[in-house]
Structure formats: structure tokens, C-alpha cells
Write a protein that binds this ligand. Structure first.
Ligand SMILES: [Zn+2]
Length: 329
């Protein structure tokens, strides 16, 4: 049997109260959209998108190890990402900051006691591949971990195709810098004319050490440079995590398993800096909870899911820090 392991060592548990927010930006109808000033350059308006056809995947959840099937379906404009528990009378849980319930080692949504765990890799793929609207039918409590990356999701999306809808796309445009901290973890977002992430991780491990990467997120480079990066965990910490009910489905097939001075996986890393790339993958997935693409530059230092969702909720609570626009300029 494959060895089990933990998930995302950089994620510190944070109080739920710091994450929940009732503020959620909605894509505005055309009449209310804030039009970007043309004088700053060529305005490139774009439309909301969805997938052209259903796609799905089956597997097991990383933490709860439950068998699960997901079917992703096209959705009309202004839907955003909505999870639908087909095993619970089609109960719907929108992917939104106000429904974030847990942020330890994964991002878990909950509404009226109905949970959807470990949503970040699928949401990352949808956002990274430029899909604005989708219904995600799921028949269990946790999204399948697949190979531990967003690569299989990105491939399924590309194969299904992405189609434009007859509604303008809203962007969450950051207007001023917002920063959150927790001990030595820092994360900020500042105004930018694209979605850009600068990420630094720092682990006392010979295969990781200090890794830094900066990338402007676009559909093409997301699939090639970010989506294939796998999650990772330390073998030494497995038992404690498993005793707290996590990482029950972790194996060498769905994560990089780090020993004290190497790794257990027989195959090589997919990238020399696969670890920081996966962190960027997680940041994209957690910020996808905004419900629309973000125009802003994220800087993350030793961040985890708690800080990612805290940054988003702190940003959204500050009504002077963002506006919804309908184009890049
Ligand atoms: Zn992850």
C-alpha cells in the first residue's frame, strides 16, 4: 500500500471568524459597470465564459479518503462557481469567501452544515483556464485529489473547451494595497493591470530551501507552468495529521512525500521549483473565491490557505480597496 502523507505544511489554522465575510463582489450588469479610462491605453473588453461541454473525474479525497465523482457543467453568466451536492438533494454551496469554513491544510466550504472540502485545486484550474461560470456536481464531501496537482483538471477543461457568453466579464480591480500577517507569514495585494503573483517559500529542506517565483497568470502559462505542480508534505508529520483526521487519502500517487533529506516518490520532480509553483496554484484557487478574475499583484511570503482567504476577506471588507470593472487597460 502506498505510504500516506500530509498536505500543505505551510498552512496554519486560523480562526474561522477572520475568514468569513458577508461582502461578495458580484459581476455588475452592463449599465452599472465602471468603464476603464480609454486614455490609459487600448481597452480590451472581454465577455464572461463557461465550458462548452460537461466533463468529470472520479477519485478519492485527500483528507477524508472518500470515493467521489465530480461532474462540471456549463453555467449561465453571473453564476460564478457553484458546488452542488447531488447526494444531498442537490444542495448548492457557492464558492465564496462567506462560505469558507476551514483553512487547515485545505480550503473547505460550508453552508447550512453542508461541506465541500479541498476545493482549491479545481477552483484554481477553472480560474487559471479562464472559466468564469460553472456548476460543479459532487457526490461526496471532498473533491478528488487526482494526482495532487491541477493538471488533470486543466486538461479536462481544455478538452471540453471554453466558450464566451453574452455578458461582459467583471474584474475585481484592486485600488489600494492591502496586507495581512500572521507571525512570519505575510501576504499583500496591490493595484496592477493583470493578475500577477510573486511567491516566496522557505523550508529547511535540501530539496526546497528558499524558492521564489513571479508570474503573470494567463490561460496558456497557467496550464504549462502552474497546473502540473503537485502538493507536498513531510513524512515526519503524517502521523500527527492522521490523528487529527487529515491526509487519510494521501499517497505517492497524489503528493510529493518529503523525508528528512529527500523524497519517497520514485519519479523526479516535474519542475525544479515545483513547491513554490504549487503554492502559486493554491493562491490562484483561493483567490478564485472572489467570484471573478482579479486585477492585482499578490505578494506572498510563507503563506497558506488561512492567509490566502484572510487576504481576500480583508480586501473585500475595505470598500475603498477595490471596484468591479469590465476590462483591462
Ligand atoms: Zn494545494
Amino acid at each position: 500500500m502506498a505510504r500516506r502523507l500530509l498536505f500543505l505544511p505551510g498552512s496554519a489554522p486560523l480562526a474561522v471568524a477572520s475568514v468569513a465575510t458577508s461582502i461578495k463582489p458580484r459581476p455588475l450588469p452592463p449599465a452599472e459597470l465602471v468603464h476603464p479610462p480609454v486614455s490609459k491605453g487600448i481597452t480590451r473588453l472581454s465577455k464572461q465564459t463557461t465550458i462548452s461541454a460537461d466533463f468529470g473525474a472520479s477519485g478519492k479525497g485527500l483528507h477524508y479518503n472518500s470515493p467521489v465523482t465530480v461532474k462540471v457543467k456549463p453555467a449561465p453568466a453571473y453564476t460564478g462557481y457553484v458546488f452542488r451536492r447531488v447526494d444531498l438533494n442537490d444542495f448548492e454551496v457557492p464558492a465564496s469567501p462567506e462560505h469558507v469554513a476551514h483553512v487547515s491544510y485545505a480550503t473547505t466550504l460550508m453552508k447550512s452544515g453542508v461541506m465541500i472540502a479541498t476545493v482549491e485545486h479545481l477552483l484554481s484550474a477553472l480560474m487559471g483556464c479562464g472559466v468564469d461560470n460553472a456548476i460543479i456536481e459532487i457526490d461526496s464531501v471532498e473533491a478528488p485529489i487526482l494526482d495532487g496537482s491541477s493538471g488533470p483538471w486543466a486538461e479536462l477543461i481544455e478538452r471540453a473547451g471554453v466558450v464566451e457568453l453574452q455578458a461582459p466579464r467583471g474584474y475585481l480591480s484592486v485600488l489600494k494595497r492591502v496586507e495581512v500577517r500572521e507571525k512570519d507569514r505575510v501576504m499583500s495585494i496591490e493595484p496592477a493591470d493583470e493578475f500577477r503573483v510573486t511567491c516566496l517559500i522557505d523550508f529547511d529542506h535540501p530539496m526546497i530551501g528558499e524558492q521564489r517565483r513571479e508570474i503573470g497568470i494567463g490561460r496558456r502559462n497557467y496550464s504549462k507552468e502552474i497546473a502540473p505542480a503537485r502538493t507536498f508534505g513531510f513524512v515526519e508529520e503524517i502521523e500527527a495529521l492522521r490523528q487529527s483526521g487529515l491526509a487519510r487519502g494521501g499517497s505517492l500517487e497524489n503528493a510529493i512525500a518529503l523525508t528528512r533529506d529527500g523524497m519517497l516518490n520514485p519519479e523526479p520532480l516535474r519542475f525544479e521549483d515545483e513547491f513554490v509553483r504549487h503554492k502559486i496554484l493554491d493562491i490562484i484557487g483561493d483567490l478564485a473565491l472572489a467570484g471573478m478574475p482579479v486585477l492585482g499583484h499578490v505578494r506572498a511570503l510563507r503563506s497558506g490557505h488561512g492567509l490566502h482567504t484572510m487576504l481576500l476577506s480583508t480586501l473585500l471588507r475595505d470598500r475603498d480597496a477595490w471596484e468591479v470593472t469590465n476590462g483591462k487597460y
